[in-house]
Design a protein around this ligand. Structure first.
Ligand code: 26V
Length: 809
């Protein structure tokens, strides 16, 4: 189905009249957004039906990607570009006096994720659809996404993100496919014909209503599904009222408590809080998802359950959806009457798992008492899995009680979700080479000994369609003019750009694009923060969640140092810099919030000091989100990736910056190492401790932060600045940071890496003055970024783990 520009304009104005009741002359930009969104969704719906039918008819194996988070951002631009309508719609709207860019800006981000893990899930969906793979997302339709961040007087304040208020144009409610999810109650065991049966009684049923969002592949007619579940109370619950068993107030309270299950996204990705609501969310997602997959499977394959692992792959994004394991066991045993052994065999062949962090505080553990009470049957199954597994451990490690209890799934009255995931899945992967190595050598060492065949690496990726085509159309055209467009379907072909890395004319084109993108960001900074930034300065950017291990603090300490140098001697010749920060702190993460306040205090002082002139500016952009990232990445010169080595599993922002021509200033951590391997040491600024050195310092316990404070006057001056009045807030505000470094011995080696970091910054400064060299480095980075497209990552998951094939249309 295709149409001309004129046909589009007629169709569009008709819809506007019918749906909104307005003429084009009276339409607001929001009216245009809603009308266009509905038009696009309907336009892709034929392909959506065809794709779904095609998977069914061909009996292809399908993968379901379970994730508590899908950080989708906006979809309008992706959907328009991926369905090949960009030109017609852009021109058509312009002729009706609307700009497509303004329409894009009308869309509220779907912020259903915290950061890296959630955005990775979204990039994967884009790649699955664009590569014609039968792969779908399974998540929760949170009523409130990740909080909106406001910066008030330098402090972070959190506002609710009620993203559904403005009608989400992409979703379709499928009430006919509602599923019941059971909570609470008790289990009655009975023996019949020498077979145990389990009867779950007196439970509460929560309705899970699916909302489907189409995932449109790039110019290939494939449209997959992201299914988001929403919690609703049962009609039968009204009986509670009519039978006078509860009064109206209590009934409303009960109804609300059910709807709360899909009420909000937990905003803390640093520490696990054992909150019952979070456990309810997890089970709600996996039970609804698994039951619905099962229903579909039975329609297609009847009772031939031995086919299950051949036709379905279930992937769990971190341990958050790990209850899918006992849930699948429950369905197979209780509903389908399979034996334990049969059920276990199927489950183990169906589920695969990705680990995204080695930080121990983020490894999930649930109290036994909580799981037992909320999910009695699920708990029984976990206990049985644990018992059988411990018996196996006993045969490998007889009498080694300590070993067995450290490897057990249940221990210290807690369920260790990562252990359950490793034991029950057929594949366990890390998200960058170093991360997988650390899992094998350290974090999951004993499991690697037990199950070496399960462990594998899948280095993360990002969708080049969103992060280059959509976010940076100017760079895209410049690349296309040089090497054609084949790289779009095969991003590794970006390496053809290498031959232009020293081509003066091409370099200048790249420089012009960067300048235009910087101008656009500079305007945004002026509008939002009222700060005028110097377009000739280096745009040095660190945007990501605030976490001690990501070391925004190292960055601010260095800025304070530069400021001190410049105030001591205003004539020091430095390349002007604009330091740009963005990122949210978990609402309860006191230390991270102090770092935000510190960045803003430093910004106030530096930006208002006339002696500094245009040499230094500090900007904190509020409410970092997917759509803001799309503005920032194309405008960056330097990408700060400065985590303490060994702590950042992969990072994906590093890839987005690189793809947009920024140079990485980073530690040998996560995927930075692979970026360095690809671009070569001469095209990246690497500094600091290696992961081995960090691990050694930690085990030896030989690091003394105070020694560095005493011996490096720069470090001393920076830290002392925190306790003076020049920074608004001064000591009372920043003493916690001061003491975390000096009294708590600087857990993340900020001082230890300071010298190397400052030196690397000097090299950045020098290199930027050599325009040709800088541009050559920039082109080299773009040229090697194809390796970090999520198309490569998804291809690897598809062949090595899921064993799925692209569909035949
Ligand atoms: C933990 C929790 C705790 C409970 C509440 C919600 C929540 C949400 C997320 C997490 C774990 C966060 C793990 C994570 O995001 N890891 C990041 O994953 C990226 C994609 O693989 C990777 O690039 C980053 O290095 C890694 O930090």
């Amino acid at each position: 189905m295709s149409f001309s520009k004129e046909e589009f304009k007629i169709e569009f104005t008709n819809r506007l009249e019918k749906q909104i009741g307005k003429n084009i002359a009276d339409a607001t930009i929001h009216d245009v957004y809603v009308t266009l969104g509905q038009f696009i969704r309907e336009y892709v719906s034929r392909d959506w039906i065809e794709t779904t039918t095609n998977y069914k008819d061909n009996h292809e194996k399908q993968v379901y990607y379970f994730s508590m988070e899908f950080l989708m951002g906006r979809l309008m631009q992706t959907n328009i570009i991926n369905s090949g309508l960009a030109e017609i719609i852009k021109e058509g709207l312009t002729e009706m006096d609307f700009q497509l860019e303004d329409v894009y800006n009308e869309e509220h981000d779907a912020g259903l994720g915290n950061g890296g893990l959630g955005r990775l899930a979204a990039c994967f969906l884009d790649s699955l659809a664009s590569l014609d793979f039968p792969g779908h997302g399974c998540g929760i339709r949170y009523k409130y996404g990740l909080f909106e961040q406001k910066i008030i007087n330098g402090y972070q304040a959190e506002l609710p993100d009620y993203w559904l208020q403005e009608d989400y144009v992409w979703e379709v409610r499928r009430a006919d496919q509602t599923i019941g999810v059971r909570f609470g109650g008790y289990v009655e065991m009975r023996e019949e014909n020498q077979k145990l049966s389990f009867n779950h009684k007196n439970f509460d049923t929560v309705l899970a209503v699916p909302y489907d969002v189409p995932v449109v592949g790039y110019l290939n007619s494939t449209v997959n599904t992201l299914r988001l579940w929403s919690a609703e109370s049962c009609r039968e619950d009204f009986n509670l009222l009519t039978s006078n068993r509860v009064d109206y107030d209590n009934f409303l309270e009960y109804k609300r408590s059910i709807e709360d299950i899909s009420g909000f996204l937990y905003p803390d990705d640093s520490t696990i809080e054992g909150k019952i609501l979070r456990l309810k969310q997890q089970y709600f997602l996996v039970s609804a998802g698994m039951q619905s997959i099962f229903k579909q499977f039975k329609l297609e394959y009847g009772n031939n359950l031995s086919l299950l692992s051949e036709k379905i792959a279930i992937h769990i994004n971190d341990t958050h959806p790990v209850l899918i394991i006992p849930e699948l066991m429950r369905i197979l045993i209780d509903d389908e009457n399979l034996s334990w052994e049969e059920a276990w065999n199927i489950t183990q062949k169906t589920v695969s798992f990705t680990n995204h962090t080695t930080l121990s505080e983020a490894l999930e553990k649930w109290p036994v008492s909580m799981v037992k009470q909320l999910l009695p049957r699920i708990y029984m199954i976990i206990e049985e899995i644990n018992e059988r597994y411990c018996r196996e451990l006993w045969s490998s490690y007889p009498y080694q009680w300590d070993k067995i209890s450290s490897l057990a799934i249940v221990g210290n009255d807690e369920i260790r979700m990562a252990h359950l995931a490793v034991v029950a899945s057929y594949s366990v992967n890390g998200v960058a080479k170093i991360h997988t190595d650390i899992l094998k050598k350290k974090e999951m060492k004993d499991f690697y000994v037990l199950y070496p065949e399960k462990f594998n690496n899948k280095t993360n990726g990002i969708t080049h369609r969103r992060w280059l085509l959509n976010a940076n159309p100017r760079l895209t055209s410049t690349i296309n003019e040089a090497i054609g467009t084949r790289w779009i379907n095969n991003p590794k072909e970006l390496t053809s750009l290498i031959k232009y890395s020293n081509d003066a004319a091409f370099q200048e084109k790249i420089a012009t694009v960067k300048k235009e993108n910087k101008e656009r960001l500079a305007n945004y900074i002026y509008e939002t923060n009222g700060i005028k930034v110097n377009l000739d300065s280096i745009f040095d950017v660190q945007v990501k969640r605030l976490h001690a291990y990501k070391r925004q603090l190292l960055n601010v300490f260095h800025i304070i140092h530069l400021y001190q140098v410049l105030t001591d001697n205003p004539n020091v010749n430095i390349t002007p810099r604009t330091f740009i920060f963005g990122g949210k702190a978990a609402p309860g993460y006191h230390y991270a919030k102090k770092i935000i306040k510190l960045i803003n205090s430093v910004a106030t002082v530096v930006n208002n000091d006339p002696t500094i002139q245009d040499k230094l500016k500090v900007v904190f952009l509020e409410n970092y989100s997917v759509s803001l990232a799309e503005k920032i990445m194309p405008a960056a010169d330097i990408s700060e990736q400065i985590s303490t080595a060994s702590k950042e599993a992969s990072g994906t922002g590093n890839m987005k910056f690189m793809m947009n021509g920024a140079l990485t200033l980073g530690t040998l951590d996560g995927a930075n190492i692979e970026i360095c391997d690809f671009v070569g040491k001469e095209n990246i600024f690497i500094f600091g401790l290696t992961a081995d050195e960090v691990l050694q310092l930690s085990t030896e316990n030989s690091y003394r932060a105070r020694d560095i404070y005493n011996n490096d006057y720069r470090v001393k001056n920076v830290l002392d600045e925190l306790m003076k009045d020049r920074l608004p807030g001064g000591e009372s505000e920043f003493k916690d940071i001061y003491y975390s470094i000096l009294s708590n011995n600087d857990e993340y080696f900020v001082l230890k890496d300071f010298d190397a970091y400052a030196e690397a910054h000097e090299l950045v400064d020098q290199t930027y003055r050599d325009r040709k060299k800088w541009l050559s480095m920039s082109v080299t980075n773009i040229a090697h970024s194809g390796k970090f497209s999520s198309d490569r990552t998804i291809q690897e998951y598809a062949t090595d783990i899921w064993k799925i094939r692209p569909r035949l249309s």
